[in-house]
Unconditional design. Structure first.
Length: 148
């Protein structure tokens, strides 16, 4: 596992009315701070990928569909793959400087809730993009996919 990455299956509370699960709590060891919360949607057949943050930690949870999230360490030598799904809620903590991207691997759009540690800065975003086909990234399955 890439240093600083954390994956945890979330406790799903079910009863006859439905279900509830906590995505992130301020009393968890891995909680750093709250910046904002948003949902990003990815269509089947597309990749939202390669980027990293210098300051921000991401906290991903799939709330609809199924996603493959791929992480690459800053040396570009270690790759971690995770499948996150709404059927088995989990949280994936992605620390700064870890290159990451995701794709929907379900037949429907995949919705990922992110609770990053920082507010998005519209004038100077903490987001550094890398092309999907960049030869320095050792992950071949996305080299010819649609996306950025």
């Amino acid at each position: 596992m890439i240093k600083g990455v954390f994956f945890k299956e979330l406790l799903l509370h079910k009863d006859e009315r439905g279900a509830l699960f906590e995505i992130l709590r301020s009393d968890w060891k891995k909680f750093k701070k709250f910046g904002q919360a948003y949902i990003t949607v990815c269509k089947p057949g597309w990749v939202k990928g390669w980027h990293y943050h210098k300051i921000q930690t991401d906290n991903f949870c799939v709330v609809k569909g199924k996603a493959k999230v791929v992480l690459v360490d800053s040396s570009k030598k270690v790759v971690n793959e995770f499948e996150l799904t709404d059927k088995k809620p989990s949280i994936l903590v992605i620390p700064p400087k870890v290159i990451h991207g995701f794709e929907s691997i379900s037949k429907v759009e995949c919705w990922i809730m992110n609770i990053p540690t920082e507010l998005y800065n519209y004038k100077k975003p903490d987001e550094y993009r890398i092309k999907l086909d960049d030869p320095a990234i050792p992950y071949k399955p996305w080299k010819n996919k649609k996306g950025w």
